[in-house]
Design a protein around this ligand. Sequence first.
Ligand SMILES: [Zn+2]
Ligand SMILES: [Zn+2]
Length: 261
Amino acid sequence: MIFDNHLHTKFSSDSQMTIREALQAAEKLGLGLVVTEHWDYDYIDTKNYQDMDFRFEPEAYWEEYGSCRGSTLQLGVEVGLTGSSRKENIDFLQRAPFDQVIGSIHTIDMLDLYYPDFYEGKTKQEAYGEYLTVMAEMIRENPYIDILGHIDYICRYAPYPEKLMKYADFSDLLEEVLRAVLETGTVLELNTRRLGDRAAQKALLPVYRRYRELGGRYITLGSDAHTAENIGMNFQQALDMAAALELQPVTFSERQMLYCR
Ligand SMILES: [Zn+2]
Ligand SMILES: [Zn+2]
């Protein structure tokens, strides 16, 4: 069974999705799910744009969803990696027997990449360069994560007219990220959100090709859905890409990697 390994339901501050809606959508598509609620310990909504608090109580999550957990539903978390939250993140992961842990870069120097502030006064080369440098550092500092989430996250929100992260423009830094992934035994996610855009897909292809060349064998597919209709989004494109690059889609249960077939 193919799994959507990245989605957010109501325990994430930016999602209202119920577990029932998620399960119904997945069943229609014949997909398994790993729910990955947001845990960004030291997130500060500096501008108070939406007053978000990306934390949740894992005990409540387990109590409410635990009975749904089984062969087609696993309970995971997406941890926002920052230099100042390592200890709190590790402590947090002790509070419930999570099936899967995605590590993601959502903020740098306490600035949310979603908002314009991070990019102010920076060229695209500088902003993307900083993003990839921090990403490589965070992977090495947090080797306990199972998966590196959305390597192309910055391309969603950067304010530059050309948002693509072309491999040739960032090859050294991308290679450093891929080496950090492989040296720490982390699996690279293929986040499917941008795969509907052919240019975005074309720009991502060499990243995953290089991952394969350096010895990467496994990927997780993740839609990053915050609503039921986005579950499994662009999965055909992702499966085609995985097949072309001979990358094996996997999922996690009780922190153990399982092949998806
Ligand atoms: Zn994320
Ligand atoms: Zn996410």
